[in-house]
Write a protein that binds this ligand. Structure first.
Ligand code: IP8
Length: 262
């Protein structure tokens, strides 16, 4: 499916939540995101919203070792799994309620209810095709999903979702909206370091492991982003606190952020 003005934006969990405090949203960031989506809709862009888990997913997913699948002698692991799914639903419901307040009609796709397969092997159901062709804004998020082998499960990251959807719908632009940096940092150990404005595919860069992250942080993001570029979409990593930069990038104007290049 080819849609020239289809845009996928992944709002990172660190942006939309306070990653250090369990189940704590960042309302300010969520409100800004609503303003951005509203503006894009008024410009007749079709946006697919993908969001991460932040403190609604990673803390308990780590505690219950959910990325390792079923561990038979880990007591209460399945109730931990259900808690994470419920927490993700709570976070998504909150975002949806702010979207509605801003008159944005959204339709949610809950990965664990409609499809199967861990990480990049996740298979979306036909429901998502219907959501993409409808006039509503589709919203989907990182989740704990069943795997193809009965009774097992694992994590589907929002970054995986971006690559899977790019393969399926060939969006014009895929944007990873992050927190804490204006793009890929030249030196991630220095907080105020300069960013790489144009990241040429395959260039080796340093990344640091983030506490409480079960899906691989910046490393996974760069891998998924690189694959989206190879699939033919424009790709950017931008600080999600600066929605005007996201808008500029979509409009083809100068922006602060990292643009992926071949
Ligand atoms: O924050 C992770 O999604 P991400 C999903 O996009 C869970 O990596 C439930 C930890």
């Amino acid at each position: 499916m080819m849609a020239t003005d289809l845009i996928i934006i992944k709002f990172g969990g660190s942006l939309i939540t306070d990653k250090s405090k369990s189940c704590t949203p960042n309302i300010d960031a969520i409100q800004k995101i609503c303003k951005l989506v509203s503006k894009l809709n008024s410009l007749e862009k079709k946006v697919i919203i993908v969001h991460g888990a932040g403190s609604y997913g990673h803390i308990k997913a780590k505690k219950w070792r959910l990325s390792e699948g079923l561990i038979p002698n880990l007591k209460n692991q399945l109730s931990g799994l259900n808690e994470v799914r419920e927490d993700m639903k709570t976070l998504n419901d909150l975002i949806v309620s702010y979207m509605k307040e801003n008159s944005i009609d959204v339709s949610t796709y809950r990965p664990h209810e409609h499809g199967k397969g861990i990480g990049i092997n996740y298979k979306f159901s036909k429901l998502f095709d219907e959501m993409v062709t409808s006039k509503n804004t589709p919203i989907v998020y990182g989740d704990v999903v069943e795997s193809d082998c009965e009774g097992n499960f694992g994590i589907l990251s929002g970054d995986d979702i971006c690559e899977i959807l790019t393969r399926r719908y060939s969006p014009k632009h895929v944007i990873f909206a992050i927190d804490g940096a204006d793009g890929i940092l030249e030196d991630p150990k220095s907080n105020h370091g300069s960013i790489i404005k144009k990241y040429a595919l395959g260039t080796k860069i340093n990344t640091i492991d983030v506490e409480n992250d079960v899906t691989g942080g910046m490393k996974l993001k760069i891998l998924r982003a690189s694959n989206c570029l190879e699939l033919g979409s424009r790709v950017s990593i931008i600080n999600g606190n600066y929605i005007e930069m996201i808008l500029n990038s979509i409009l083809g104007l100068d922006y602060l952020g990292t643009e992926f290049i071949l």
